[in-house]
Design a binder for this molecule. Structure first.
Ligand code: PGU
Length: 401
């Protein structure tokens, strides 16, 4: 028989969110009367708002007409790429630098093909588990050493450093994953910090994969929403983004990736040209219905709806944060992001996860699932119906008993 890809064997456990879903199912099976509320996985819960929804419906309707029918869309509708440039990048990016995707996660996985298994990888610790797991799958990291994956440079983001890492830890010629607003801590980089990160990437000959999936949750106008607010990033950064969290497209599937033309490998070859080649080979374009929805989302009426929807989830975040603070549980995040990062000093994250599930019937995400520095933390997601969030906040009071 053919042998298993050894990289898969290097993954030490199941992917974090299915593991949480499994524990929830086990608890529900043992407690059939329990009314479980999820503040676990960051999955949107509210209906798509009317203008954006009409865009989706109209996109589907068009497919049933001779004039409106379209097939494969390759790197994405030109109109959508131009609109993304205008709305998010002040028109400064060329349409050929923007690639429409079926979501940020899918592109985070595919981007690894640009660099292969010989790359050194650095991540914020804690961070979205796909960066590390994807690196293990391509052979750039692993196996698990007991405290982390071999080959990954973990950049601790802690209370002590105010969730911004020590850039002197960056490896040379590495791939740096950086997420702002951060999942799970909710920390957002300042312009000065972002400039320092870009500078450090330039000096170490590294490339940053900047994940801006939560940029539409930023309310503080001083905070940067894209890495391309720093001009030099054009020579050292790729940015991924998504319609999932701003427009409720987690199930619709639509995102984009920016690969600047100025981005070059050590040998001077164009990363943009390679990305185009990879997408052409293993990706056949995002759904044209989703793209019609995306176009509607970026019209003035759609942008208002994005604001309304993200305001709603930020309202949930505020409730969760003040609920936790009233219990004297120290936490950060939730003001420019939909996640609250709560500290349970000296405790094991999975143990706290189990306690919250047992006492409150609330599902959360254990911080250790996001990296070694996440130990003793719990992530609360603000994605949920308002009544459920209010009920969950009330039940959290049982933790003090
Ligand atoms: N990037 C970050 C930082 C994310 O947190 C998520 C979703 C994505 C990308 C995925 O974006 P798509 O455009 O929808 O692909 N994180 C959620 C969902 C869990 C998951 O496995 O993606 C979370 O709970 O962390």
């Amino acid at each position: 028989m053919i042998t298993r890809n050894p990289c898969i064997a290097n993954i030490n456990a199941g992917y974090l969110f299915p593991e949480i879903a499994k524990r929830r199912r086990e608890y529900a099976a043992a407690h059939p009367a329990a009314k479980i509320i999820s503040l676990g996985v960051g999955n949107t819960t509210e209906p798509i708002l009317p203008h954006i929804n009409r865009g989706l419906v109209e996109g589907a309707r068009q497919l049933g007409t001779v004039e409106g029918y379209s097939g494969y869309s390759d790197e994405g509708l030109l109109a959508l790429r131009e609109r993304i440039s205008a709305v998010f990048y002040q028109g400064e990016l060329g349409a050929d630098e923007i690639f429409i995707s079926d979501g940020a996660k899918c592109d985070i996985g595919r981007l690894q093909l640009l660099f292969g298994g010989g790359t050194t990888v650095a991540v914020q610790d804690p961070s979205y588990p796909v960066y590390v797991d994807g690196s293990v799958l391509i052979g750039a990291a692993g196996p698990w050493s007991g405290t982390g994956y071999r080959g990954i440079t973990y950049l601790p983001c802690t209370v002590e450093n105010d969730y911004f890492p020590d850039l002197s830890l960056l490896p040379k010629h590495g791939l740096i994953y950086f997420c702002s607003p951060n999942n799970p801590t909710g920390a957002v980089v300042t312009r000065e910090q972002l400039a320092a990160l870009v500078d450090a990437a330039g000096k170490t000959g590294s490339i940053i994969i900047f994940d801006a999936a939560y940029s539409e949750y930023i309310r503080d106008p001083k905070l940067p929403k894209t890495i391309f607010e720093i001009g030099e990033a054009r020579t050292c950064a790729i940015e991924v983004n998504s319609f999932s969290k701003p427009a409720g497209f987690t199930g619709v599937r639509l995102g984009w990736t920016v690969v600047p033309r100025d981005l070059k490998y050590a040998g001077g070859e164009s990363v943009n040209a390679d990305w185009s080649r990879i997408c052409g080979t293993i990706f056949n374009g995002a759904s044209n219905i989703a793209q019609a929805g995306g176009l509607a989302a970026l019209e003035p009426e759609g942008l208002k709806e994005i604001r309304e929807l993200s305001d709603f989830y930020l309202g949930n975040a505020k409730l969760i944060r003040s609920g936790l603070q009233s219990l004297n549980i120290s936490c950060v995040g939730g003001d420019n992001s939909p996640y609250i990062w709560a500290q349970f000093p000296g405790r094991d994250s999975w143990e706290v996860f189990a306690e919250i599930l047992e006492k409150c019937q609330v599902v959360t995400t254990p911080g250790s699932g996001f990296g070694p520095a996440g130990q003793s933390f719990i992530r609360f997601s603000a994605f949920g119906h308002r009544a459920g969030v209010e009920e969950a906040c009330g039940r959290l009071g049982k933790l003090s008993r």
